[in-house]
Design a protein around this ligand. Structure first.
Ligand code: KIV
Ligand code: ZN
Length: 519
């Protein structure tokens, strides 16, 4: 297997990515991301953890039914109940895979309180069970990079003998370094009987900022599957970023002669979509997909770029799906121009959606001289829904150097307009207090983040808000040329999503049981 030059891309945005605090996605968003992953050439999509919740189970089953070419994989712990549930969800796929794991390092063995022999037996039994259900089984020794190497060889051999077809070696806590990552895989392949008949995978976390380097080193060591997520989304500091490993292999094929099936021109669109639905904005200087990744500010750089773009760029923006030039639309642009531009940006909207976006586009164009690609993306990805319970009708904020700021707000709640005034420590605080006065709730604001979509004083601000209530987390986003309006909409958006989540798990239950009508 190590002879093959193709590296399989295993995307776990919908499992390890979605698992990171606050990144929860709705059912429809998961389906949409899965379709984009399938479409861009991802080999294996880890669609979720079916036993974790009914929602996860439904999402994995539906993704399995809809997938066109990707293998659909579900995660399961090392017990029969998890594995059976996982199989129930993935079995609909043209190409299903069961992924089962157990922590093998000393620290992780202590949790189920199994000694080395007992754990070896559990691995044998669970992998055998999975293989009796599905012919494509992936096994992972969690925290492999902190597991004794001889024990790791022993359990990997057991998993292979029990029928695992892919052996994934996770660096669960982002502890390894490139030299060690390559050595570990090389050592396993050369010393474990049967290793040549399976694919070795690498799964790295980014705690020390080495996930991409460690994954590429593992490929040098013989791994032929990289596990990764869009934008590096994932627990703590995240997972290996798909766009980074894929572009590194593409650009540096001279020293890393491996290929992937990824259509790299689809990277930007999916990156933006994942950022929107997860509420995790991409840092400006993030490799490949950051806003500044292809921006050249200094005079020397701009001069060099004008003469020969290769002076300061190792890849072409077009290769990752960025339009080379960005011709802005304005208030005189019509619906056809908008549709053409949106198509170019990867959006194929239905007529009624286009109509809605066109209204918002005209409104924005009235307030802003030029509407750039990023402004349009912000417009299209605004996630207000027809059936939202709370809708912002109007907002007026009085600011000044003296005295508390005051927000006058009209909020539509379940179809009825409710009006209030509230003060606060700053305009945003006053606005959020107004929402709380109209719709009392105990959800806690976990994150409030503002970024400018484009440049200039008339730029749109994108605001992300993350809220938490009783362990449920929801994010909301909105963009507007007025930062306070964008903040209000993002806050209300997050609250609406929290209400949906509450309603799904406890039908008939309102946020903390308090409906504004009762208060
Ligand atoms: O990081 C990890 O160890 C994991 C396993 C479940 C594969 O995500
Ligand atoms: Zn992980």
């Amino acid at each position: 297997m190590t002879k093959m030059s193709e590296v399989l891309i295993f995307d776990t945005t919908l499992r390890d990515g979605e698992q990171s605090p606050g990144a929860t996605m709705t059912h429809d968003e998961k389906l949409e991301i899965a379709e984009m992953l399938d479409d861009m050439g991802v080999d294996i999509i880890e669609a979720g953890f079916p036993i974790a919740s009914e929602g996860d189970f439904q999402a994995v089953s539906e993704i399995a039914k809809l997938a066109k070419s990707a293998t659909i994989c579900g995660l399961s712990r090392a017990n029969y109940k998890d594995i059976d549930r996982c199989w129930e969800a993935v079995k609909h796929a043209k190409s299903p895979r069961i992924h089962t794991f157990i922590g093998t390092s000393p620290l992780h063995r202590a949790i189920p309180n199994l000694d080395m022999d007992e754990m070896a037996e559990r691995i044998h039994d669970t992998v055998t069970h999975a293989r009796n259900l599905c012919e494509n089984v992936q096994w992972s020794p969690m925290d492999a990079t902190r597991t004794e190497w001889d024990y790791l060889c022993r359990v990997v051999e057991i998993a292979i003998k029990a029928g695992a077809t892919t052996i994934n070696i996770p660096d669960t806590v982002g502890y390894t370094a490139p030299v060690e990552s390559a050595d570990l895989i090389r050592n396993l392949i050369s010393s474990v009987p049967g290793a040549d008949d399976v694919i070795f995978a690498t799964h790295c976390h980014n705690d020390l900022g080495m996930a991409t380097a460690n994954s590429l080193a593992a490929v040098e060591g013989g791994a032929r599957q990289i596990e990764c997520t869009i934008n590096g989304l994932g627990e703590r500091a995240g997972n290996t970023a798909l766009e980074e490993v894929v572009m590194a292999l593409k650009v540096r094929g001279d020293i890393m002669p491996y290929t992937t099936k990824i259509d790299t021109r689809k990277i930007m669109n999916i990156s933006r979509r994942v950022a929107t639905v997860s509420g995790f904005a991409v840092q400006f200087n993030k490799a490949i997909v950051g806003k500044n990744a292809f921006a050249h500010e200094s005079g020397i750089h701009q001069d060099g770029m004008l003469k020969n773009r290769e002076t300061f760029e190792v890849m072409r923006p077009e290769d990752v799906g960025l339009a080379g030039t960005s011709l802005p639309l304005g208030k005189h642009s019509g619906r056809a121009a908008l549709r053409a531009k949106l198509n170019e940006l990867g959006f194929d909207l239905a007529d009624n959606q286009l109509k809605d976006v066109f209204v918002r586009f005209k409104d924005l164009a009235d307030r802003k001289k030029e509407v750039f690609d990023d402004d349009l993306l912000a417009l299209v990805t605004q996630n207000d829904a027809e059936d939202d319970r709370l809708k912002l009708k109007s907002l007026r904020v009085v600011c000044g150097t003296d005295g508390p700021q005051k927000a006058d707000m009209v909020l539509e709640v379940d179809g009825a307009d409710v009006e209030t005034s509230a003060t606060g420590d700053g305009p945003v605080d006053a606005t959020f207090n107004a929402v709380k006065t109209i719709f009392p709730h105990s959800a806690r604001l976990q994150l409030y983040q503002v970024s400018a979509v484009t440049e200039g004083t008339d730029a749109q601000a994108t605001v992300s808000v993350r809220m938490e209530e009783d362990g449920r987390i929801a994010t909301g986003q909105s963009a507007d040329t007025d930062t306070v309006v964008a903040s209000a909409k993002a806050y209300i958006n997050a609250l609406n999503r929290l209400l949906v989540r509450r309603e799904q798990s406890e039908p008939g239950y309102d946020v903390k049981g308090v409906s504004y009508k009762d208060s």
